[in-house]
Write a protein that binds this ligand. Structure first.
Ligand SMILES: Nc1ncnc2c1ncn2[C@@H]1O[C@H](COP(=O)(O)OP(=O)(O)O)[C@@H](O)[C@H]1O
Ligand SMILES: [Mg+2]
Length: 263
């Protein structure tokens, strides 16, 4: 080997090492929290097989605000429920914080949900015979280090409504109570399925602002399902789902503030 060839080879080795370092740094900065690898959810109806989700692959970084968009029946809720350990995949891998959820036992999944996942649904799912305070306080039975219910309700602007029952609150107040309940667990992951679906635009915007704040100032990872395409503008990452498949994953360099969008 000539001297020149040798030097070239050495340079290449150095270059590769530099590349590896850059990739490591990028990974460190982003800190991947979730990774789906070819995830499928199949239902069998007699002889007929139907994929609610097919070969879905995606990554979500810690602290991101992710919006999952798609028409009704596209597989959005299926994706969210798999991520929240509320459903199990037919095949593929679902990594969360370095562990593959698809290898978990029922017990481990229960622990995963209790420790890491807060959920917000379209119709709030509050217990009607309990006050806002009591609904949030329920989380104490699920996890040890929960927030004080008062603190969680204050964080969503409901300090003055703590002792009201769901029937005595507006839709927006009920949804804020359900967000307080979700964040009281101090979960790494906040999953929201059509959280503004039952609210008027003004109230919906308040809820959206609150969820954006959770990601921006509290560093929580927020994954929100919606069919409202205007929400794409406020997300760090937009995942479009169609016919059970991931159509596109787009990153927003400058997401808008929730206040800035209209629908
Ligand atoms: N338990 C189930 N059994 C059979 N089909 C289901 C079940 N859950 C969901 N599906 C079907 O999977 C598809 C995706 O559902 P879903 O994820 O709820 O859609 P989206 O939330 O986007 O409206 C739909 O066609 C739905 O009917
Ligand atoms: Mg749905």
């Amino acid at each position: 080997m000539s001297e020149k060839e040798k030097t070239d080879q050495e340079l290449e080795v150095v270059d590769l090492e530099a590349e590896e370092e850059t990739e490591e740094k990028a990974a460190e900065e982003k800190n991947v929290l979730i990774e789906f690898k070819k995830v499928c959810k199949k239902y069998s109806q007699g002889e007929h097989e139907f994929y609610a989700l097919k070969d879905a692959s995606l990554t979500i970084s810690e602290g991101e605000m992710v919006v999952i968009l798609g028409p009704s029946g596209a597989g959005k809720s299926t994706l969210l429920n798999l991520l929240g350990g509320m459903d199990s995949a037919t095949s593929g891998e679902i990594w969360f914080d370095g562990n593959d959820l698809t290898t978990y036992s029922d017990n481990q999944l229960t622990q995963y949900r209790a420790q890491n996942v807060g959920v917000v649904f379209q119709f709030y799912n509050l217990i009607p015979t309990l006050t806002a305070y009591e609904n949030v306080a329920l989380m104490k039975d699920i996890k040890n280090d929960t927030m004080d219910p008062k603190e969680a309700l204050s964080a969503v602007g409901l300090a003055d409504h703590m002792h009201q029952f769901p029937s005595q609150m507006s839709g927006g107040e009920q949804q804020r109570t359900s967000i307080a309940r979700a964040i009281a667990k101090n979960p790494k992951l906040l999953l929201c399925d059509e959280p503004t679906g039952a609210l008027d635009t003004g109230t919906g915007k308040e809820v959206l602002k609150l969820l954006q704040e959770m990601s921006r100032s509290k560093g929580r990872t927020v994954v929100m399902v919606t069919h409202n395409s205007f929400f794409a503008d406020v997300a760090d990452t937009v995942i479009r789902v169609k016919n059970g498949g991931i159509q596109s994953v787009v990153h927003n360099d400058k997401p808008k503030d929730a206040e800035e969008i209209n629908w």
